[in-house]
Design a protein around this ligand. Structure first.
Ligand SMILES: *Cc1c(COP(=O)(O)O)cnc(C)c1O
Length: 324
């Protein structure tokens, strides 16, 4: 597939496929959350999907679009967690083998979840980048196909979340989307261009893993250390395919620190009866940080992209809720 395949029609076709397997997720308002933010904010609850994250959309779409070689020799990929579960879910759906390479420090809960979906887990490398190198080598050795986290089929699958969202809230003024590799934000921008051209899409990344932000600002692919506690945002490089989409489309891109992400996860727990992992709370942290500076008219929406909180995240959450 070429980058030009990331069209609105291709997203509609992906939604046909994804919709056969996954229910549309709710877009909800939570009065306590509105009060905490001092303005209405809608939450797209991707956390309710199987695997607990929006990424399963990519895996489901991928599963329906596998090439013969991928079916024959299986899939290999690298991930800190949710992409892993997504590929494992898709592979199970398609009846193909999947091997997931995770950095040695990946949360145990995510490793267990991948194994429970029937995929093989290989622990290698200290960072996502190193795990990726190992995964590519493994693919070369075994004949399995390496699935890039920004594969077009995955971006198209993720974009279906935003097809739903703009259908649910056509008059949206500002949408905050968390950015790791940028697939979700790219999908949001592509759908926005057609369905809601007046809506601003704002990317949110952890200040402790700013490679995507730096790449977007520079207009070139940049790398940066990822020390964030939010595993779903711990990318160490900009990704060319998604950066190409975001470059002229993303309206703004903000950094939030990990404590602000924790605080947002606390808000989701106390005001929106929702367990979010750090990456899943990051877009709300962006909306909180923006405060009154949110430009434009129309409602504000955030995406709770994932619920797979690690034991550490749950412990910090309990501490912050108890202290409040
Ligand atoms: C992967 C992930 C993100 C970041 O999405 P990208 O498409 O990589 O930018 C955000 N939240 C959760 C829960 C994730 O798993």
């Amino acid at each position: 597939m070429l980058a030009t395949d990331l069209t609105f029609d291709a997203i509609l076709a992906a939604a046909e496929i994804v919709g056969r397997e996954l229910p549309a997720t709710p877009l909800q308002s939570h009065p306590l959350l509105d009060r905490a933010l001092g303005r209405p904010v809608l939450v797209k609850h991707e956390n309710v999907l199987p695997t607990g994250a929006f990424k399963v959309r990519g895996g489901v779409h991928l599963a329906a679009r596998l090439e013969a070689a991928e079916r024959a020799h299986g899939l290999v990929t690298c991930s800190t967690g949710n992409h892993a579960q997504s590929v494992a879910y898709g592979a199970r759906l398609a009846g193909v083998r999947a091997t997931i390479v995770m950095p040695a420090g990946a949360p145990a809960a995510k490793r267990d979840a991948v194994r429970a979906l029937g995929a093989e887990v290989v622990l290698a490398g200290a960072s996502l980048g190193e795990a990726g190198e190992h995964a590519r080598a493994l693919a070369a050795d075994t004949g399995a196909s390496f699935v890039c986290p920004t594969d077009e089929r995955i971006v198209l699958g993720h974009a279906t979340a935003y097809l739903e969202l703009f259908g649910q809230a056509p008059e949206l003024g500002t949408l905050f989307v968390p950015v790791g590799s940028g697939t979700g934000a790219a999908g949001a921008c592509l759908v926005r261009d057609t369905l809601a051209p007046r809506c601003r899409v704002v990317g949110v990344q952890s200040a402790a893993a700013p490679a995507g932000w730096r790449s977007w600002r520079a207009g070139t692919i940049e790398t940066a250390a990822a020390t964030t506690r939010a595993a779903g945002l711990a990318t160490t490089t900009g990704y060319p395919r998604t950066q190409a989409v975001l470059r002229d489309r993303l309206d703004d891109f903000v950094l939030v620190d990990d404590d602000a992400i924790d605080a947002a996860a606390g808000l989701l727990a106390t005001c929106a009866h929702t367990l979010a992992e750090g990456a899943g709370a990051a877009s709300l942290a962006g909306a909180v940080a923006a405060g009154d500076t949110v430009h434009g008219s129309g409602p504000v929406a955030v995406v709770c992209t994932g619920a797979n909180a690690s034991a550490d995240e749950i412990a910090r959450l309990a501490g912050s809720v108890a202290a409040a």
